[in-house]
Design a protein around this ligand. Sequence first.
Ligand code: ASP
Length: 433
Amino acid sequence: MKKLALHWKILLGMLFGVVFGVIANSLGWNDWVTDWVKPFGTIFINSLKLIAVPLIIASLIKGISDLKDISKLSQMGGRTIGIYILTTVFAVSLGLLVVNVLQPGKSISEETRQQLQDTYKEDADKRIVQAAGQKEQGPLQALEDLVPSNIFAAASNNGNMLQVIFFVIFFGIGLILIPAEQAKPVKDFFDGLNEVVLKLIDLIMLAAPYGVFALLASLVVESPSADLFIALLWYAFSVLMGLGLLTFVLYPTLVKVFTGKSPKFFFNGIAPAQLLAFSTSSSAATLPVTMERVQEHLGVEEEVASFVLPIGATVNMDGTSLYQAVAAVFIAQAFNIDLSFSAQLGIIATATLASIGSAAVPGAGMVMLVIVLGQAGIPEAGLALIFAIDRPLDMCRTITNVTGDATVSMLVAKSVDKLGEPNVKDWDDNYGK
Ligand code: ASP
């Protein structure tokens, strides 16, 4: 029997998860699902996160030492950061365009606004407190945070991914600079470690369809009632339209124009990572799968993928920045605040920075949205308006974040002549194509 492709299996897992969640909800089995199904989703996410730090260490050291000279590294670094910033600024501008044309905030009645504010005040306040900590930091704090004082402490917390990346790049530079015969045993060790980690990802992915089933079933039984969703449909539509334009128009076009690869090739390669991004709402948890798909299915060589993708997962969030722009203007519209042109330009700057500062975990974009609102003079309490529908939108914006990273990895790879043919290793044997 022909094996089903991995993305179809994951999709089926998601579908069954939602159907099961809806049935459980109607039978009042919510607690049972939370007690007996949800833990399997958490175990699945944890196993993906578990592999993230070893993966970054092994593949980035291997990748950098394969580059053999530092000028290539700085060339790649410059291009990566440059393209990341350009795509993010484009995403925010697109978000502003969509929200100004569709004006979703004008369709919210005074009564609904009040109802939403009352219902979600507490949740919104929590995010505002979380964001307050970030706001008090000095302008160079982000730079200061990049350099860890202890690599083991940094590697013990997935939130410190950038610190680990910093150390590993530094280590890789040292490895390039020492004589080749001394570097060889170190390099061989990390090459081997890298293969082991990739194999572990293969094994974890065997469980993906069951993991996403558990994640979606528990999400459905825990989601708030649907009534208030309706009031937010127009806002959700605006965010989704922007995300859709980025994911299905901008990225495949960039890939086609700069690498000549077709949209079908691109989406076939990246689909499982997109589905996981949707199910987990976390670019960090999805990273191991994004790396494997991009290398084995999109033909990006490891030197590039191992450099561009971990950095992208933490700093390049086009979906998040677009959402922050739409949400900020939506809240302003709902409160009848007219935003001047210069206030909107300010949103481009703050949403770009806020998305860079957002952690790659569920809901992080909303915490950083508080800062965008504060800068633009929009009431932070407005967060309550968008709370009900934030999780589904988070799931969707994470797809865009991950797809954006994959796109940039292809563009950078092409520009440094490191885009080859797909090199499918284990997937065919284990999962079907
Ligand atoms: N969940 C998003 C991510 O991990 C971040 C966010 O927008 O909340 O990419």
